[in-house]
Design a protein around this ligand. Structure first.
Ligand code: HEM
Ligand code: HEM
Length: 214
């Protein structure tokens, strides 16, 4: 089989992906610790500062996470064709058709698949929702981090209510990210095995392959 090579992802998209993915690993680990510390907290402030250290790592990772989201916001409008929202959200008849084609492929009803250089639109829709969840996560995070800031108070009170309510939503959203990561890993590997487009390596080197019609 012959394949045509396509440049799918810019360097900024790939950098954003890995900053986002790795910061989430750090945020989930430290977030779980902040919620229920697994070390003896009696040592806090004497021989070491485990809670302070975990919170510090959480906030540094929180800033990396926020930077990644800002980079993605820029790419939604100014990225290459595959990176703009128009390409991967169900906003055109062709994209809506792709959602159904992908569902048929995923449920083993059809074996055809609909080749795309960018994300399939089912994945793209979930990525869009993940972006919104990330915006809510960072808003609740900064609301808790800077409770005295009038700007964060305004957003926080409007979207979540009290600090405690924001903290609860922040915690629930963590479980969304954990579930997303598990499903995401399963699906990208499944797609890589099934469609032979070089999907997994594309998030490292930016290149995808399309079977050439002879
Ligand atoms: C996917 C991203 C994130 C996850 C999974 C996450 C997870 C968590 C969790 C589980 C907690 C403990 C809340 C609880 O259950 O008691 C927490 C606390 C907190 N997070 Fe996040 N977080 C994320 C992003 C952020 C961001 C972007 C910021 C902004 C800097 C942030 C700032 C905070 C703050 C200020 C607290 C409260 C710490 C404290 O009360 O000591 N988080 N986070
Ligand atoms: C070893 C781990 C990972 C690998 C190999 C990987 C691989 C990939 C691949 C191949 C894509 C493009 C898929 C497509 O076209 O639909 C992608 C996209 C994406 N991944 Fe991952 N991923 C990993 C971990 C994660 C984690 C932990 C997260 C966050 C929880 C994440 C979030 C995303 C998001 C949000 C996108 C969409 C990118 C965009 O905004 O355009 N990934 N990933």
């Amino acid at each position: 089989m012959l394949y045509v090579q396509h440049h799918a992802w810019s360097i900024l998209l790939r950098l954003y992906h890995w900053c986002f993915a790795l910061s989430i690993v750090a945020l989930v680990t430290t977030g779980l610790y902040i919620n229920a510390p697994w070390t003896n907290t009696m040592i806090e402030g004497s021989s070491s500062f485990p809670m302070a250290t975990m919170r510090y790592i959480h906030f540094i990772a929180g800033f990396v996470f926020t930077g990644a989201i800002l980079a993605r916001l820029y790419l939604l409008f100014f990225g290459n064709k595959q990176e703009r929202f128009w390409d991967f959200l169900p906003v055109t008849p062709k994209n809506i058709k792709n959602v159904f084609e992908t569902l048929k492929l995923y449920s083993y009803i059809s074996d055809k698949g609909d080749h795309r250089i960018g994300h399939n639109v089912l994945a793209g829709t979930i990525y869009g929702l993940t972006f919104l969840a990330a915006a809510a996560q960072l808003t609740s995070g900064f609301y808790m981090l800077y409770p005295e800031s009038l700007a964060w108070q305004g957003w926080g009170l409007m979207l979540f209510g009290t600090q405690q309510e924001a903290r609860f939503i922040h915690h629930l959203l963590m479980w969304y990210f954990i579930l997303f990561a598990v499903a995401h890993l399963y699906l990208v590997i499944w797609n890589d095995v099934k469609t032979k487009e070089g999907l997994v390596s594309s998030i490292f080197n930016g290149t995808k392959y399309e079977p050439k019609k002879l």
